[in-house]
Design a protein around this ligand. Structure first.
Ligand SMILES: Cc1cc2nc3c(=O)[nH]c(=O)nc-3n(C[C@H](O)[C@H](O)[C@H](O)COP(=O)(O)OP(=O)(O)OC[C@H]3O[C@@H](n4cnc5c(N)ncnc54)[C@H](O)[C@@H]3O)c2cc1C
Length: 718
């Protein structure tokens, strides 16, 4: 019996305030047969309510961010870091900036808005930043810091809405030295929902903080000034555009129904007025016959309805209606630990308002933090018209459907004949051959996984002195149909191809199957390019690693929801996993290296012992934090991947290392696409290091040297 056969694909675009709530619901509820994908430009979503607080250093970046990869992991969804650039509603297809297109059965767009600069001519020499989307403001904050630190600036916030005031207040608090800030807008504080008392207080606070106000419409920005539509020039060398919201081009160009400003019109169920399989929420949408100001609060409220409606739609039930409020609570951060509250005719400026704001905001953001090892019980739902597949073909019948396979092959090759086997031309009668299988890390982009699995296998050929010439692949996709089967097949294969093409490697044969455990098996064939043997290391040779270690315990920590790893840390792990070793190996070969090995699932100790034993030597290691992908030693102490224990048991007796050595566990940590360990003759040290650093951004990591054979095989210095 198949536990889950994916038949429908829900695609979420943008990790905005509404889509994150859909994913949170999926953490605790499962719809059998549903496959979910989130496409987001960034690994993190920024919570707008806390951003001014982040600018004035009340909160850290971590506190105001939602880790989208981790959210997807807990929700059982796949995360793709990319930008959607086109939608073809007829074919239910999305085009992405970097990756292959993705199809959807049901779509939810929550991509926010961008600052409106349509009527402003911006000269290249000028220094300016858009404050929308809010995530881009957070990203650019360091650059803004740099500009402000370097010289005394005349800063103009172009806008005039409440966001401009909040931004100005938080900038004043951020920097110790006094700033010259002007808020310049066509309409100053024009928001209908702000009462007069609040407007007066905002202006009084601004005055007290030396923030100037100016009414006018900016038509151009140059390096030194702004020009208004009446011709007047205002001195300015840093401008922040907090102008009204605008929508991105790909949505403007789409055939989705829009209002007069280009925003996607939705009905009260939050469905596009002309495409009933597309939900749109947040700044990107406008509700039919109901104009409301765009805000994070509105996006959060819509998210509460969106998450229910997506479930109701998929399970074939009646949708519920979103009832937009006429007025809502404003809490605007002002002085340190003070906020201004506005609600209908009420207006208070006090410490308790700030406390209330922090309480509300933390209440929201904490929903997206996960406790370590948290196992959320799931309620089960069924897709509308779901069918149970009691038995599935086993043996050779468990393949991916022929249609999906042929469609994919047709995309990459004119010849769609599925031949029984391939002819490979070899220059030599000897070939190197290796086989590897790795299982898909849940929530990981299958393209990245394809790439990683190729690089992981390539290491075997490289360290044996070869270059890859051809490969055979077996792809295990989840039990699935239609768009989902296609998605996995294409993404896995394209990931593999992205690396294979660099090697001019022929993909000579393949097999595919459906399985509970998705993964990739690769057989690589290589030609020998240089002499390599594990028994040729010599006493005094230096031991280098081509890149740092740590994928085993770091992935374990991340997927156990450890708070000690942020999405930035995860990005670093993925960057490391996608880093190949070809150039490093070429540098070593050019420096006379004939002994190398790849650090794989057995860890550093086992592979080093192999070389020492074959070469009849021991080794002395001096290791420090620079051999780690992540320098937090507590992580290494606390977390271990499943292979650790076996690695420890099989090699520990050959190693002399102090019990308290802070890096002890790294010796046994299993690596996916790990570094290559290279033995370099002492005289070639400089040549090798120069060669390596000229080709790559990073440096090779020197970890020790080979020594005369002793009682133990590895000695690790304190
Ligand atoms: C300085 C400032 C302060 C503010 N303070 C508040 C406040 O206190 N309270 C409040 O209610 N509102 C506030 N706002 C308004 C608020 O920022 C927005 O209204 C809110 O962020 C919109 O939410 P959203 O869910 O629609 O989209 P967003 O929160 O903007 O999220 C959209 C996400 O989609 C991603 N994305 C965009 N395009 C694509 C694409 N093509 N493909 C993939 N991903 C994509 C973006 O990277 C982003 O992560 C403030 C705005 C500013 C500028």
């Amino acid at each position: 019996m198949i536990e889950n056969n994916f038949t429908k694909q829900l695609v979420l675009i943008g990790g905005g305030h509404a889509n994150v709530q859909v994913l949170k619901k999926l953490c605790m509820n499962r719809i059998k047969g549903l496959h979910t994908v989130l496409i987001s430009e960034r690994y993190e979503a920024t919570y707008s309510g806390m951003t001014p607080g982040y600018i004035h250093k009340d909160f850290s970046k971590k506190e105001i961010s939602i880790d989208l990869q981790r959210l997807c992991f807990n929700a059982g969804a796949t995360f793709i870091k990319d930008k959607v650039i086109k939608i073809e509603t007829k074919n239910q297809k999305l085009e992405l900036q970097n990756f292959h297109s993705i199809n959807y059965d049901l779509l939810s767009i929550n991509t926010g808005s961008i600052s409106n600069s349509k009527k402003i001519n911006i000269e290249n020499s000028s220094k300016y930043f858009f404050v929308k989307p809010i995530s881009s403001l957070v990203k650019n904050l360091k650059k803004i810091d740099q500009i402000i630190k370097n010289k005394k600036n005349k800063i103009v916030i172009i806008g005039g809405g409440v966001a401009s005031y909040e931004l100005a207040f938080s900038l004043v608090k951020r920097y110790e030295e006094p700033l010259e800030i002007t808020i310049l807008g066509k309409k100053i504080l024009g928001e209908k929902n702000l009462n007069q008392k609040t407007k007066n207080k905002l202006r009084a606070i601004a005055k007290n903080l030396n923030i100037k106000e100016y009414s006018g419409e900016v038509v151009s920005i140059s390096e030194t000034n702004l020009t208004l539509n009446n011709g007047k020039k205002i001195n300015c060398n840093l401008s922040l555009l907090s102008t009204g919201a605008n929508i991105e081009m790909w949505l403007l160009d789409s055939d989705l129904g829009k209002d007069e400003n280009g925003f996607i019109t939705v009905d009260y169920n939050l469905l596009s007025i002309n495409k009933k399989n597309i939900f749109v929420t947040g700044d990107a949408c406008s509700i039919e016959n109901n104009t409301r100001a765009k805000s994070g609060v509105m996006a959060v409220r819509q998210g509460e309805i969106l998450k229910e409606n997506i479930f109701l739609k998929l399970t074939g039930k009646k949708l519920i209606k979103f009832r937009p409020q006429r007025n809502w609570l404003y809490l605007i951060g002002t002085y340190e630990n003070y906020a201004l509250l506005n609600y209908f005719f009420l207006s208070f400026h006090a410490r308790w308002c700030w406390k209330l704001k922090v309480w509300i905001d933390k209440n929201f953001i904490n929903k997206f933090k996960f406790a370590e090892n948290q196992n959320m019980t799931k309620k089960n739902f069924e897709l509308e018209n779901s069918k149970d597949i009691k038995m599935y073909c086993q043996g050779c019948g468990s393949k991916v459907s022929k249609g999906t396979l042929v469609d994919y092959i047709r995309k990459i090759n004119d010849n769609v004949d599925l031949t029984d086997s391939a002819i490979i031309n070899n220059n030599s009668s000897k070939i190197l051959q290796t086989i590897d299988h790795i299982k898909l890390f849940s929530s990981l982009n299958p393209f990245d996984f394809g790439k990683i699995s190729y690089l992981h296998s390539q290491n075997d050929i490289l360290s044996a002195g070869g270059i890859v010439k051809s490969l055979s692949v077996s792809i295990g996709v989840p039990f699935s149909e239609n768009f989902i089967e296609k998605f996995y097949l294409e993404y896995f294969m394209e990931g593999i191809r992205s690396e294979a093409d660099k090697d001019k490697c022929l993909i000579s044969s393949g097999h595919s199957y459906q399985s509970r455990e998705s993964g990739i098996t690769l057989t690589l064939n290589g030609e020998i390019e240089s002499i390599a043997a594990k028994n040729s290391a010599r006493e005094g040779d230096l031991i280098y690693l081509s890149k740092p270690l740590g994928t085993g315990y770091l992935l374990a920590a991340y997927f156990k929801n450890s708070e000690m790893l942020s999405s930035n840390d995860f990005e670093k792990i993925i960057k490391n996993l996608k880093m190949g070793n070809l150039f490093a190996v070429n540098s070593a070969r050019s420096s006379g290296c004939q002994t190398m090995t790849d650090i794989s699932g057995y860890g550093l100790s086992s592979h080093l012992i192999d070389i020492c034993s074959s070469s009849d030597l021991s080794s002395e290691l001096i290791i420090n934090k620079n051999i780690l992908i992540n320098s937090n030693l507590d992580l290494l102490k606390i977390f271990q991947s499943t292979g650790f224990e076996n690695n420890y048991k099989s090699t520990n007796e050959f190693i002399e290392i102090s019990e308290n050595h802070p890096l002890k566990n790294i010796l046994y940590d299993p690596q996916t696409n790990g570094p290559i360990l290279m033995a370099i003759e002492k005289n070639n040290k400089e040549k090798f290091e120069n060669f390596f650093s000229n080709k790559l951004d990073n440096k090779p990591i020197l970890i020790g040297k080979f020594v005369n054979k002793s009682k133990k095989i590895i000695y690790v210095d304190e």
